[in-house]
Design a protein around this ligand. Sequence first.
Ligand code: ZN
Length: 400
Amino acid sequence: MAQQEHPAITNFRNYIRIKTVQPDPDYASCTAFLKEQAQALGAEVHVEECVPGKPVVVMTIRGQDPSLPSVLLNSHTDVVPVYPEHWKYDPFSAFKDEKGNIYGRGTQDMKCVGLQYVEALKQLQEAGHKFLRTIHLTFVPDEEIAGGNGMGKFVETDYFKKMNVGFALDEGYANPTEKFNLFYGERSVWWLLVKCPGQPGHGSQFLENTAGQKILKVVTSFLKFRDAEEKRLRDTPGLFLGDVTTVNLTMLKGGVQLNVVPAELTVGFDVRISPKVDLKEFENTIARWCREAGEDVTYEFAEKGHSSDVTCVEDGKNPWWDAFAAACKKEGVSLVKQIFPAGTDSRFLRERGVPALGFSPMNHTLVLLHDHNEYLNEKIYLRGIQIYTSILLAVANLKP
Ligand code: ZN
């Protein structure tokens, strides 16, 4: 006879089946589902719509001393689009194979984490535990489209201020080895366009001051820097992607006809800057590259993040970290501390001075976020709940 499925797994699979997929996520069904979860947990629930149709669902378990700074457990409810033809199973069916692998968009990023918090709290309450500090769970929309209308707006509300958050947990990603990834900062995202104007004219001449000559210099400067950073990452033991700055040429615009030298060419770059870099200095370098490329070369930003804030993860210097780290040690969880290479909602929290750690308890798991055939094994999921019980006990009972 087939073994009966753990109710936490059934619950998780039901969450995966809700199509909160960008660009048109079904947030209404998701909110209804989360309200049921809150009820099962015995938590207060509040829905804050900073932007109509984009709900932030907040669950709250009051602590014994609600005046103390609270603990925030964050997850986003939306997931990235899928190419169903590349999937072995329907990405919203939460199909479970004979090995216990549950396939579905959001199984790793990050519906797992959202419900693991809930399950861990359920278990702790059933075991009779109380918490000194108030615990809030936020389920936010639109993280996968940069979070500006989700966590970005929510942190500006009075409701958020009243939550008096002292410490937050948010997403990380899987690690294929026996270790777990732990993220304490993230890189700043800069998207910029460099415009190279020049002398237009007939394609048969040696014109001077052309857009083509300038854009070549711009591209060379950016890509030389890219090569140097790539080499530094490769040649320096202990460095992770988040410790270096990546540059990619992502757009090229210009030209009207093959025999016409254009009056302007534009090149776009996606730059992800390590928090170890001084942003002002880095912008000065970009300005210099543009000057060196020739007359009137200018740049403008489509996105200019400043995620320089990192959360202290040194022992003995941040009590929240000490509590978190001690709980991980107790659980036999070995952490790889690093900078998140892309963006998460944690940056909005860190910008407001809230220490935030990115942690998704998935070891022995291939990194499949945003990939085809995203899956998570049920044993890893259940083990994650166990890990959270220790972490939540430690941080929610942290003495002032
Ligand atoms: Zn995510």
